[in-house]
Design a protein around this ligand. Structure first.
Ligand code: B3K
Ligand code: ZN
Length: 885
């Protein structure tokens, strides 16, 4: 906990380090009640900082300093200064060694940062600034060093001792102990350091790289999970091949290891050669993990693997550049997932997520640029903006340069900066230099926060046969800046004729038409593009594939949206037209609810969805996506004032109407797909995901009718299926129904069967936390008393508290403020246990300005209560204080 007001750190204050650490030699002595860490740092003055020998200020927190030497001389207390955060030494020569010994307490570390224990195993999490909780160091990403690590521990409890790089020696020690030494030949910053010790089993495989080197692959897990590693291993091998084929990137060590741990603050961590994963991002098999979980494992394994180049070989100069590695790596993993599964469906899911959550972040008090200018606590900046919007920015560069140009740029980037710690500007510069283009204006995407709005209007001149599209761009003010300069917005578009066909596109000044999808760059506040040779007024299909992260508006009427839904040659825009139609219809219903008038759903939505459902030529995953109405959270994001009760009532009314009117078609597709599922062994592949996706969304609609035959089908699916995808949907459908006896029975059977599998119990908690039936908070509070629940495990917190506060809007926003009070109490408790998790859970309260005055006052009151609650971590302090500002 901080003792003084945390201070803001600014990008503009960046300075290269005063000293460098060429070599880092670490020795860990792990014990049950403490750990001793000895560090020998081979250091020198950074020549780039000029002459003189300023004080050497090493970062260090929560360390008990036992001894410190400079060269061969052990220092006395008057030779150095030490406080809560730093150890200051006074070097006498350009080059020298520093030796420190410290005692730390991983066994009581509940923040899960630095060295800590997850169950019986030791593990580390150092990014961003966790290494300073292990030893005194220059804990900043531009200090890169060659690491050698020796770990010693009691042999029986910790037979496996791992660190980065290659194993070079090991042997027995005294008193039943043993040791192992690892050497990492690649220079790396401290945030990529890792250590693991435990009683672990592993699944082993090999991969032959493009230059015919054989790499050993190992996935380490606790013995009971050894049967759940195959999917991750397959995903790893696919990722390694894909990165060679698509980016020309080869793996560089002789061994690549993944370790699964149960207590982890996020998804996974790309430590060099030794990735540490949340077990939820590794373990997957049919019986225990859903299709979504399988796809998440594949994507995260790929993401962390891809960091070996985008992040490790080329790393960040400072933490303001975080998107350099994260935005780019998300872009890379999305490309991989698109190639492994349905590209359109992947794009739809990513955009739905971005528009719902990142757009909300961009419109809230924590809004920041992809490359922020300042922060108090860097852990708070592992955000949707840095990751997902950052990936969109890289994607726009790809759109502007084309696939070949982009690859030239990425090749140059990796080659030019291998072994360096660089900036987002360096990334863009490589793209510019490889393609001879100027991206100066484009770079505003890195420095300006907020989601741009793009208003499009049309004009058709029948006599001249010209069709003009006018673009007007604006960007709302964000806490950091009011006035924004125009962005470069690549808009992929097409024009559709009366028969639903794409027209060839010829822009004014061109002699012939080029293609039917064109990317135009909107670079000014107001800009018009004229298409020639257009025989009749067309229907525009705008922002195909969501070519830029903007809010595009065009005055489509509902009939036009129905045409786009059926005929747009761009799959993404077909889906998006359906979403726009649904949003319009749901907004009508919301208004009707608020005015206390009878709700009437526009029959065109039902007709449109009926057409989709009847189209057997469409990818079934696409049908499932098109049948999914925009989420309550997205509808809330779209409105100036989020009327949660009205939004919920409107959406539930529409769902019930759809279920009633399309009952026959839904039932037919449900039964056909369930029959195939019944006869087919589970396979985690796209076509099977698609079948189950449609089957499951059909079932969730059907259950709204509460017909006995649907109940029977749900129970059959729950009991007889062989996989978690079908079982969990059946459970969720029951939990959201009024069949109380069946619901309780299913919940009990499920919990009894899976009580020893924490990841499955997480899903059991989530399904209940997400139920929008009345009484949500009481259910969540009761579940917190369940023996499988603990606030110390981040997955449990996310599964129960996160699902409730972030997905169960009607219950969380209960008008008496009970949901807010509950969350604030938890944040105060978590603040002392695990600041990163506390700060993440806060985010629903930060959006208080979106609600009615009564709720605003309640939410603000809770934020003020947190602020006044005593010693806050910098994580929680930053989010609360910025939200109240
Ligand atoms: N680089 C890590 C994130 C670390 C978060 C630290 N608070 C995982 C990833 O993005 O791959
Ligand atoms: Zn990452």
């Amino acid at each position: 906990m901080r003792t003084e007001q945390p201070k803001m750190i600014y990008l503009k204050d960046y300075q290269a380090p005063e000293y460098l650490i060429d070599e880092t030699h670490l020795t860990f002595e792990l014990h049950d009640d403490h750990t001793l860490v000895h560090a020998q740092l081979v250091m020198r003055r950074n020549p780039a900082r000029g002459a003189g020998l300023p004080p050497l200020v090493l970062d260090g927190q929560q360390l008990e300093l036992l001894s410190v030497s400079l060269g061969d001389v052990e220092l006395g207390a008057s030779d150095y200064q030490v406080d809560d955060s730093y150890l200051t030494l006074h070097p006498k020569a350009e080059a020298f060694t520093v030796d420190t010994s410290v005692r730390i307490h991983p066994e009581t570390n509940t923040a899960l940062e630095g060295l800590y224990k997850s169950g019986s195993m030791f593990c580390t999490q150092c990014e961003a600034e966790g290494f300073r909780k292990i030893t005194y160091y220059l804990d900043r990403p531009d200090v890169m060093s060659k690491f050698t690590t020796t770990v010693s521990a009691e042999q029986h409890s910790y037979p496996v001792l791992l660190s980065n790089g290659n194993p070079i020696a090991s042997g027995p020690g005294e008193d039943g102990r043993h040791w192992a030494t690892w050497e990492d030949p690649f220079m790396k910053p401290a945030y990529l350091f890792a250590l693991v010790a435990g009683d672990l089993w592993c699944v082993e495989d090999t991969f032959t790289t493009m230059s015919a080197r054989e790499v050993t692959l190992r996935i380490y897990v606790e013995p009971e999970n050894i049967d759940k590693c195959q999917h991750a291993m397959t995903s790893l091998k696919k990722s390694m091949r894909w990165d060679e084929e698509v980016y020309g990137r080869e793996y560089d060590l002789d061994i690549f290891m993944i370790v699964a741990v149960n207590d982890f603050n996020m998804g996974a961590m790309e430590n060099k050669g030794l990735n540490i994963f949340n077990s939820s991002a590794v373990l997957a098999r049919a019986e225990t993990a859903t299709d979504a979980a399988h796809q998440r494992v594949e994507a995260i394994v790929a993401h962390e693997y891809f960091h070996n180049w985008s992040g490790n070989r080329v790393t960040c100069r400072d933490w303001f550049q975080l998107s350099l590695k994260e935005g780019f790596t998300v872009y890379r993993d999305a490309g991989f997932s698109s190639d492994m599964n349905s590209a359109t469906v992947k794009r739809i899911q990513d955009v739905a997520y971005l528009r719902t959550h990142q757009f909300a972040e961009d419109a809230g008090p924590m809004a920041h640029a992809v490359r922020p200018d300042s922060f108090i606590e860097i852990s708070n900046f592992y955000t949707l903006t840095v990751y997902e919007k950052g990936a969109e920015v890289v994607g726009m560069i790809h759109t502007l340069l084309g696939a070949e140009g982009f690859r030239k740029g990425s090749d140059l980037y990796f080659e030019r900066h291998d072994g360096q710690a660089v900036t987002c500007d360096d990334f863009v510069k490589a793209m510019e230099d490889a393609n001879g283009v100027d991206l100066t204006q484009f770079k505003r995407w890195y420095s300006q926060a907020g989601t741009p709005r793009l208003q499009v209007t049309e004009a058709y001149d029948a006599a001249a046969k010209t069709y003009s599209l006018h673009f007007h761009q604006t960007c709302p003010a964000t806490p950091d800046k009011v006035e924004k300069l125009p962005f470069v917005i690549p808009v992929a578009l097409g024009l559709i004729d009366a028969h639903g066909n794409d027209l060839p596109l010829r822009l004014a000044g061109e002699t012939e038409a080029v293609g039917t999808t064109r990317v135009i760059s909107v670079t000014e506040e107001d800009q018009t593009f004229v298409f020639e040779g257009i025989e009749a007024k067309p229907l525009p299909s705008l922002l195909r594939g969501f070519s830029a992260p903007v809010k595009l508006s065009f005055d489509y009427d509902r009939d036009q949206l129905m045409v786009l839904m059926q005929h747009d040659s761009d799959g993404f825009n077909r889906w998006d037209a359906g979403q726009r139609l649904a949003v319009q219809c749901l907004q009508d219903l919301t208004q009707q609810y608020m005015q206390n008038s009878t709700m009437v759903l526009d029959p065109r939505l039902i007709t449109a969805l009926g057409t989709v459902l009847a189209d057997h030529s469409l990818d079934q995953a696409m049908v499932a996506e098109m049948l999914s109405l925009p989420s309550e959270a997205y509808l809330a994001e779209l409105s100036d004032r989020a009327e949660v009760d009205a939004i919920h009532a409107a959406r539930e009314f529409a769902r019930a109407q759809i279920a009633e009117h399309l009952y026959g078609a839904l039932w037919q597709r449900y039964q056909a797909n369930r029959a195939i599922s019944r006869d087919t062994a589970y396979i985690p592949e796209a076509e099977h995901f698609a079948r189950r996706a449609l089957q499951n969304i059909a079932l969730s609609y059907l259950m709204l009718t509460a017909k006995p035959e649907v109940l029977e089908a749900t129970l059959e699916q729950f009991d007889a299926c062989d996989n978690m995808t079908e079982r969990l949907t059946a459970l969720a459908v029951l939990v959201n129904s009024r069949f109380d006896a069946e619901k309780e029975k299913a919940l009990a059977t499920f919990a009894e069967h899976f009580k020893d599998n924490p990841l499955v119990m997480d899903q059991w908690f989530s399904v209940q936390a997400g139920s929008t039936l009345p009484g949500g908070l009481a259910r969540v509070k009761a579940l917190m008393q369940h023996p499988a629940f603990t606030l110390k495990n981040p997955n449990k917190v996310r599964a129960l508290i996160g699902a409730f506060a972030q997905q169960n809007l009607v219950n969380f926003h209960a008008v008496d403020g009970s949901g807010y009070r509950f969350l604030a109490d938890l944040v105060i408790e978590l603040n002392a246990l695990n600041p990163q998790i506390a700060s993440r859970q806060l985010s629903p309260l930060t959006r208080w300005r979106k609600y009615d005055p009564h709720r605003q006052a309640l939410m603000r009151g809770e934020l003020e209560r947190i602020l006044a609650s005593g010693a806050l971590s910098s994580d929680v302090y930053e989010v609360v204080s910025k939200s109240l500002a």
